[in-house]
Design a protein around this ligand. Structure first.
Ligand SMILES: NC(=O)c1ccc[n+]([C@@H]2O[C@H](COP(=O)([O-])OP(=O)(O)OC[C@H]3O[C@@H](n4cnc5c(N)ncnc54)[C@H](O)[C@@H]3O)[C@@H](O)[C@H]2O)c1
Length: 419
């Protein structure tokens, strides 16, 4: 019998996507799921029964940790990935991490070193890099179709105010209520990095004014939108914008300008892209608009039935499994720890830029061992237990005291929705 990779999934809300992929993947065996929220475990159990597989269900992490498995998907709280990843890598497990890769600069260094020392696969599940449009832009850039990047834009506008009760449960300390504007940055930055292969070297951050309804929903900083202006290693400039701005439907949009042309997603038709390629004569070229087809593991992706987020949700898990197995597809497309950290620390450092009056901040290349020491004790973040005396405010506009009644109301709204 073929050797399948035994995988456990930690966090079964977003993790349901990975559970769906793993339950039917020919090279993987879903063996365990962990979530402290029982209804999600029950749902995972039903899915396993339907797929005809035996899956152990755990409501506490320590029991899950002791389960016999080769690899773990981290779909737990976004600020806690690095801590769990480091511990699991040290125990010999491969890691697929949901967004974000780390909460602090110190964790970025520790995570990279844990991957290097363990020799295990670390893959970053930035699914926005594998959408039908962004994945096609990745292929065409690699093919040299538009030449070297000069300017790029990445946009992930998602006003979460209407779903805030469902995704924070009225928990004052939920990571979304402790998140600052530029933290959740890799949906917009990620594809610009995978498409162009560039590394960020400098970032300037901005944030829009607080949104009053977010205070009423339990965010003490009234979280709004974060903006990062990034300089790439080759001098190209990239603009990333993400978060709470008013528009429906939300926007997922990317533009890449090169020395020979440009590519962009079709703003109001998520299935299409525009590609302009200049010819022999200046300012004269061909503009094409088309709907890209999947070009990697297309049959498997469509058989999986997991096509959320513009066709991307299958791929992060698939490439992770293929990389563990040593297959070229996995090596080519799986996002490694260095690129994950490049994407994630742009948001961490952009916030420092904001808190210091939008000054430019150097983005270190943590591939270089000599650049790491400066960050080993850099715990600055908005989680008290992690930051200690380096605690940051939730917004440059200050914080409001949110009374307990607000969380009670939000929690009730969530519970009403569950009934
Ligand atoms: N890539 C995407 O498109 C996408 C979309 C949504 C969420 N996410 C990411 O997925 C992750 C999870 O987000 P979410 O939306 O599912 O909400 P969430 O962060 O509230 O859910 C995390 C889940 O993990 C469980 N959990 C956390 N710590 C636990 C512990 N110590 N023991 C047992 N269970 C524990 C919680 O009960 C919860 O069900 C986040 O990192 C988020 O950034 C990614």
């Amino acid at each position: 019998m073929k050797n399948k990779i035994k995988v456990g999934v930690f966090g079964a809300y977003r993790g349901k996507t990975m559970i769906d992929v793993l339950a039917y993947h020919p090279n993987a065996q879903l063996v365990a799921v962990c979530d402290k929220y029982r209804p999600l475990l029950d749902e995972a159990g039903k899915l396993a029964d339907k797929a005809g597989i035996k899956v152990a269900l755990y409501d506490n992490f320590e029991d899950f940790y002791n389960h016999d498995m080769d690899a773990v998907v981290l779909a737990n709280y976004a600020t806690e990935h690095a801590t769990y990843a480091i511990r699991l890598l040290k125990s010999g497990r491969h890691i697929l991490s949901e967004v974000l890769p780390c909460e602090t600069m110190a964790q970025a260094v520790e995570l990279i070193e844990a991957v290097e020392e363990s020799g295990k696969v670390y893959a970053y599940a930035e699914n926005y890099c594998y959408m039908d449009q962004t994945f096609e832009m990745w292929r065409r850039y690699k093919n040299g179709d538009i030449g070297e990047v000069t300017y790029a834009e990445g946009e992930y506008i998602h006003d979460c105010s209407s779903i805030w009760p469902n995704i924070t449960y009225g928990d004052r300390d939920h990571w979304r209520n402790r998140m600052y504007s530029t933290y959740y940055c890799t949906h917009s930055i990620g594809p610009m990095i995978t498409i162009t292969g560039q590394r960020p070297v400098k970032v300037v951050g901005f944030e829009t004014a607080p949104m009053s309804e977010m205070y009423d929903l339990g965010h003490p900083g009234g979280i709004s939108a974060g903006i990062e202006i990034i300089t790439f290693e080759n001098g190209a400039i990239a603009k990333s914008v993400h978060g709470q701005l008013k528009r429906e439907p939300g926007s997922i949009n990317y533009e890449i300008y090169g020395k020979k042309g440009m590519m962009e997603t079709e703003r109001f038709d998520a299935t299409r892209i525009n590609v302009y390629i200049e010819g022999e004569e200046l300012c004269v070229g061909e503009l094409k608009n088309y709907a890209p087809e999947k070009y990697v593991a297309a049959q498997l992706a469509s058989n999986s039935g997991v096509g959320g987020h513009n066709g991307s949700d299958f791929y992060a898990t698939h490439f992770f499994i293929e990389k563990i197995l040593g297959n070229s597809e996995g090596y080519e497309y799986s996002i490694d720890v260095y690129q994950a950290i490049d994407m994630g620390i742009c948001g961490i450092l952009a916030y420092r830029s904001i808190l210091n009056g939008n000054v430019p901040v150097k983005v270190p290349n943590l591939r270089n061992k000599e650049e790491r020491d400066a960050f080993r004790n850099d715990n600055a973040c908005t989680t008290k237990s992690i930051a200690g005396d380096q605690l940051l405010p939730l917004s440059s506009y200050g914080e409001k005291d949110i009374p307990e009644e607000v969380y009670d109301r939000v929690r009730q709204k969530w519970l009403d929705g569950q009934a």
